[in-house]
Design a protein around this ligand. Structure first.
Ligand code: HEC
Length: 163
Protein backbone atom coordinates (compact mmCIF):
# COMPACT_ATOMS: atom_id res chain seq x y z
CA UNK A 1 0.00 0.00 0.00
CA UNK A 2 1.37 3.37 -0.92
CA UNK A 3 0.33 6.53 0.77
CA UNK A 4 0.38 9.84 -0.98
CA UNK A 5 1.55 12.21 1.74
CA UNK A 6 0.02 15.22 0.06
CA UNK A 7 -3.41 13.62 -0.19
CA UNK A 8 -3.39 12.33 3.38
CA UNK A 9 -2.45 15.73 4.76
CA UNK A 10 -5.22 17.30 2.75
CA UNK A 11 -7.94 15.01 4.05
CA UNK A 12 -6.78 15.42 7.65
CA UNK A 13 -6.99 19.15 7.27
CA UNK A 14 -10.49 18.79 5.88
CA UNK A 15 -11.50 16.56 8.81
CA UNK A 16 -10.19 19.14 11.28
CA UNK A 17 -12.04 21.87 9.49
CA UNK A 18 -15.29 19.90 9.56
CA UNK A 19 -14.88 19.17 13.28
CA UNK A 20 -14.38 22.85 14.03
CA UNK A 21 -17.42 23.72 11.91
CA UNK A 22 -19.58 21.19 13.77
CA UNK A 23 -18.49 22.63 17.12
CA UNK A 24 -19.28 26.16 15.97
CA UNK A 25 -22.71 25.14 14.64
CA UNK A 26 -23.43 23.28 17.90
CA UNK A 27 -22.48 26.34 19.94
CA UNK A 28 -24.59 28.70 17.86
CA UNK A 29 -27.45 26.19 17.90
CA UNK A 30 -27.17 25.96 21.67
CA UNK A 31 -27.61 29.70 21.98
CA UNK A 32 -30.41 29.98 19.42
CA UNK A 33 -32.41 27.17 20.99
CA UNK A 34 -31.88 28.12 24.63
CA UNK A 35 -34.65 26.89 26.90
CA UNK A 36 -36.19 29.26 29.39
CA UNK A 37 -37.04 28.41 32.99
CA UNK A 38 -39.92 30.91 33.04
CA UNK A 39 -41.67 33.24 30.55
CA UNK A 40 -40.07 36.33 32.11
CA UNK A 41 -36.61 34.93 31.25
CA UNK A 42 -37.64 34.66 27.60
CA UNK A 43 -38.98 38.24 27.67
CA UNK A 44 -35.73 39.57 29.16
CA UNK A 45 -33.65 37.61 26.67
CA UNK A 46 -35.41 38.85 23.53
CA UNK A 47 -35.59 42.43 24.81
CA UNK A 48 -31.87 42.39 25.58
CA UNK A 49 -31.11 41.18 22.06
CA UNK A 50 -33.44 43.83 20.57
CA UNK A 51 -31.72 46.57 22.60
CA UNK A 52 -28.33 45.49 21.21
CA UNK A 53 -29.70 45.28 17.67
CA UNK A 54 -31.23 48.74 18.15
CA UNK A 55 -27.99 50.34 19.35
CA UNK A 56 -25.80 48.95 16.59
CA UNK A 57 -28.41 49.66 13.96
CA UNK A 58 -28.71 53.27 15.16
CA UNK A 59 -24.94 53.71 14.85
CA UNK A 60 -25.10 52.65 11.23
CA UNK A 61 -28.07 54.95 10.74
CA UNK A 62 -26.08 58.03 11.76
CA UNK A 63 -23.50 57.15 9.08
CA UNK A 64 -26.19 56.59 6.44
CA UNK A 65 -27.76 59.97 7.31
CA UNK A 66 -24.36 61.68 7.09
CA UNK A 67 -24.39 62.61 10.80
CA UNK A 68 -21.28 60.54 11.51
CA UNK A 69 -18.13 59.82 9.52
CA UNK A 70 -18.07 56.63 7.49
CA UNK A 71 -15.44 54.23 8.77
CA UNK A 72 -15.77 51.03 6.70
CA UNK A 73 -14.28 48.75 9.40
CA UNK A 74 -16.61 50.04 12.13
CA UNK A 75 -19.64 49.94 9.83
CA UNK A 76 -18.83 46.36 8.78
CA UNK A 77 -18.39 45.28 12.41
CA UNK A 78 -21.80 46.77 13.31
CA UNK A 79 -23.47 45.16 10.28
CA UNK A 80 -21.97 41.75 11.04
CA UNK A 81 -22.96 42.01 14.68
CA UNK A 82 -26.56 42.86 13.76
CA UNK A 83 -26.62 39.90 11.33
CA UNK A 84 -25.48 37.56 14.13
CA UNK A 85 -27.87 39.01 16.71
CA UNK A 86 -30.74 38.78 14.19
CA UNK A 87 -30.73 35.01 14.55
CA UNK A 88 -31.26 34.97 18.31
CA UNK A 89 -34.60 36.38 19.55
CA UNK A 90 -37.17 34.19 17.81
CA UNK A 91 -37.25 31.12 20.05
CA UNK A 92 -37.65 33.47 23.01
CA UNK A 93 -40.52 35.22 21.22
CA UNK A 94 -42.32 31.91 20.68
CA UNK A 95 -41.95 30.88 24.34
CA UNK A 96 -45.48 30.01 25.63
CA UNK A 97 -46.90 32.47 28.15
CA UNK A 98 -44.41 35.21 27.29
CA UNK A 99 -47.07 37.54 25.85
CA UNK A 100 -48.00 38.86 29.29
CA UNK A 101 -45.90 40.73 31.85
CA UNK A 102 -43.25 43.32 31.09
CA UNK A 103 -43.52 43.00 27.32
CA UNK A 104 -44.76 44.85 24.25
CA UNK A 105 -45.11 41.67 22.19
CA UNK A 106 -48.59 40.80 20.98
CA UNK A 107 -50.14 37.34 21.48
CA UNK A 108 -50.58 37.45 17.70
CA UNK A 109 -47.08 35.90 17.51
CA UNK A 110 -48.57 32.66 18.89
CA UNK A 111 -51.65 32.84 16.64
CA UNK A 112 -49.61 33.44 13.48
CA UNK A 113 -46.25 31.78 14.13
CA UNK A 114 -45.65 31.21 10.39
CA UNK A 115 -46.14 34.89 9.60
CA UNK A 116 -43.88 35.81 12.50
CA UNK A 117 -41.20 33.38 11.30
CA UNK A 118 -41.50 34.79 7.79
CA UNK A 119 -40.96 38.32 9.13
CA UNK A 120 -37.95 37.10 11.11
CA UNK A 121 -36.51 35.30 8.08
CA UNK A 122 -36.94 38.35 5.85
CA UNK A 123 -35.18 40.43 8.49
CA UNK A 124 -32.32 37.94 8.84
CA UNK A 125 -31.83 37.83 5.07
CA UNK A 126 -31.78 41.65 4.90
CA UNK A 127 -29.16 41.87 7.66
CA UNK A 128 -26.94 39.35 5.82
CA UNK A 129 -27.22 41.43 2.65
CA UNK A 130 -26.25 44.58 4.53
CA UNK A 131 -23.25 42.84 6.11
CA UNK A 132 -22.14 41.60 2.69
CA UNK A 133 -22.51 45.04 1.14
CA UNK A 134 -20.51 46.56 4.01
CA UNK A 135 -17.76 43.97 3.67
CA UNK A 136 -17.55 44.60 -0.07
CA UNK A 137 -16.44 48.15 0.76
CA UNK A 138 -17.12 50.95 -1.67
CA UNK A 139 -18.78 54.21 -0.80
CA UNK A 140 -21.53 54.85 1.72
CA UNK A 141 -24.07 55.43 -1.07
CA UNK A 142 -24.01 51.71 -1.89
CA UNK A 143 -25.10 50.92 1.67
CA UNK A 144 -28.25 53.04 1.64
CA UNK A 145 -30.50 50.52 -0.13
CA UNK A 146 -29.52 47.45 1.94
CA UNK A 147 -29.73 49.55 5.13
CA UNK A 148 -33.20 50.70 4.07
CA UNK A 149 -34.34 47.10 3.54
CA UNK A 150 -33.30 46.19 7.07
CA UNK A 151 -35.10 49.24 8.47
CA UNK A 152 -38.24 48.24 6.56
CA UNK A 153 -38.20 44.74 8.04
CA UNK A 154 -37.83 46.13 11.59
CA UNK A 155 -40.87 48.33 11.01
CA UNK A 156 -42.94 45.61 9.32
CA UNK A 157 -42.50 43.19 12.22
CA UNK A 158 -43.04 45.78 14.94
CA UNK A 159 -46.16 47.10 13.25
CA UNK A 160 -47.73 43.64 13.14
CA UNK A 161 -46.44 41.99 16.29
CA UNK A 162 -45.93 44.74 18.90
CA UNK A 163 -48.38 46.70 21.05
C1 HEC B 1 -39.60 39.50 13.36
C2 HEC B 1 -39.93 40.54 14.29
C3 HEC B 1 -39.01 41.65 14.65
C4 HEC B 1 -38.04 42.25 13.89
C5 HEC B 1 -37.64 41.95 12.46
C6 HEC B 1 -37.45 43.28 14.70
N1 HEC B 1 -38.03 43.30 15.93
FE1 HEC B 1 -37.58 44.57 17.45
N2 HEC B 1 -39.01 43.70 18.59
C7 HEC B 1 -39.80 42.63 18.22
C8 HEC B 1 -40.67 42.25 19.33
C9 HEC B 1 -41.68 41.13 19.34
C10 HEC B 1 -40.37 43.14 20.37
C11 HEC B 1 -41.02 43.19 21.76
C12 HEC B 1 -40.20 42.41 22.76
C13 HEC B 1 -40.86 42.37 24.12
O1 HEC B 1 -41.27 43.46 24.63
O2 HEC B 1 -41.00 41.29 24.69
C14 HEC B 1 -39.32 44.04 19.87
C15 HEC B 1 -38.74 45.06 20.63
C16 HEC B 1 -37.77 45.92 20.19
C17 HEC B 1 -37.15 46.98 20.98
C18 HEC B 1 -37.53 47.33 22.42
C19 HEC B 1 -36.77 46.45 23.40
C20 HEC B 1 -37.20 46.71 24.85
O3 HEC B 1 -36.32 46.84 25.72
O4 HEC B 1 -38.41 46.77 25.14
C21 HEC B 1 -36.23 47.61 20.18
C22 HEC B 1 -35.31 48.76 20.56
C23 HEC B 1 -36.25 46.93 18.90
N3 HEC B 1 -37.19 45.91 18.95
C24 HEC B 1 -35.46 47.28 17.82
C25 HEC B 1 -35.47 46.64 16.60
C26 HEC B 1 -34.71 47.06 15.45
C27 HEC B 1 -33.82 48.30 15.40
C28 HEC B 1 -34.96 46.17 14.47
C29 HEC B 1 -34.38 46.15 13.09
C30 HEC B 1 -32.97 46.45 12.90
C31 HEC B 1 -35.92 45.19 14.99
N4 HEC B 1 -36.20 45.51 16.28
C32 HEC B 1 -36.43 44.13 14.28
C33 HEC B 1 -39.82 42.02 17.01
C34 HEC B 1 -38.99 42.32 15.95
Amino acid sequence: MTLTPGKKGGSMKTATRITILVIIVALIGGVAYAQFAKPQDAIQYRKAVMVLIGQHFKRMGTVIKGQAAYDPATFTADAQLVASLARLPWEAALEPGSDTGDTTMLAKVFKQPEAFRAAANAFEAATVQLAQAAKAGGDVGALKAPFGSVAQSCKACHKTFRK
